[in-house]
Design a protein around this ligand. Structure first.
Ligand code: DGL
Length: 259
């Protein structure tokens, strides 16, 4: 079991921001990453559709013998992880918008969150908001259009700049001092966001925390890899492989797979 791979999936290439954190923290672990780009974005789909797509990804990873599955997608986590945990006998790690640290640290008492419609409308997200929004104001913004641009390789584009300006404006007017990135595609926007945001506005994303949680669960279950050989890192996309390759700077083995 120890030397079986970690399975990771996302609606597309965004979850590679989580894969990179996991690979950096756990360099001896083999990983299989699935980018379900053919079905991206998940963010505008119904809960039922997101569950069905998450089942499909999970079954593929289980058939590959994965020892744990990381749902590297806020939208899939907030809509499907309860179902997955109930129905599969394997540990799942999920990712949710990091509202808690922002709520605890904000000085202006106003926090912005950028996420997909699917995440912001999920029951799980509403539970978190209810817990942490008592003394602070949380400005929720759907990042409509952002994921398709990233999926089509238009990260650094004028269209992206325009979306971000439109989405940040109301948050800045209301004096946010924390911006929570609630979608695993969005960490790729950090260089652009940093240029656009005033210096006192801090960006929070949960990538590192997810990697640490993965490490903690593998350690608790005593299934951390003890292999001294090079781990096998495989990334698959059912969409345009070149976009996945380029977001990983051509550093990993990426293949097309019709899953
Ligand atoms: N990376 C997914 C997330 O974290 C993107 C969602 C989408 O496909 O719309 O929510």
């Amino acid at each position: 079991m120890r030397n079986k791979p970690i399975g990771i999936f996302d609606s597309g290439i965004g979850g590679t921001s989580i894969f990179k954190e996991i690979h950096e923290l756990l360099p001896n672990e083999s990983c299989i990453y699935l980018a379900d780009s053919k079905n991206a974005p998940y963010g505008n789909r119904s809960e039922e559709e997101i569950i069905q797509l998450s089942i499909k990804n999970t079954e593929y990873l289980l058939n590959q013998g994965c020892k744990i599955i990381v749902v590297a997608c806020n939208t899939a986590t907030t809509n499907a992880i309860i179902y997955l945990r109930k129905n599969y006998d394997i540990p799942f790690i999920g990712i949710e918008p990091a509202i808690k640290p922002a709520a605890l640290k904000t000085q202006t008492k106003v926090v912005g969150i950028l996420a997909t419609k699917g995440t912001l409308s999920s029951q799980l997200f509403h539970k978190t908001i209810d817990l942490y929004s008592k003394d602070i104001k949380i400005i929720e913004q759907v990042g409509e259009g952002i994921v398709p641009l990233i999926e089509s390789g238009q990260l650094d584009s004028e269209a992206m700049q325009m979306y971000l300006e439109t989405y940040l404006e109301p948050m800045l007017k209301q004096d946010i001092d924390y911006l929570v990135l609630g979608c695993t595609h969005y960490p790729y926007l950090i260089p652009m966001l940093t240029k656009m945001l005033p210096a006192h506005v801090k960006i929070i994303d949960s990538g590192r925390a997810v990697a640490k949680q993965t490490q903690a669960v593998l350690s608790q279950l005593d299934v951390l890899s003890n292999s001294i050989e090079n781990p096998r890192i495989q990334l698959f996309s059912n969409g345009d492989v070149s976009v996945l390759k380029s977001i990983l700077d051509d550093k990993f083995d990426v293949s097309y797979l019709d899953f």
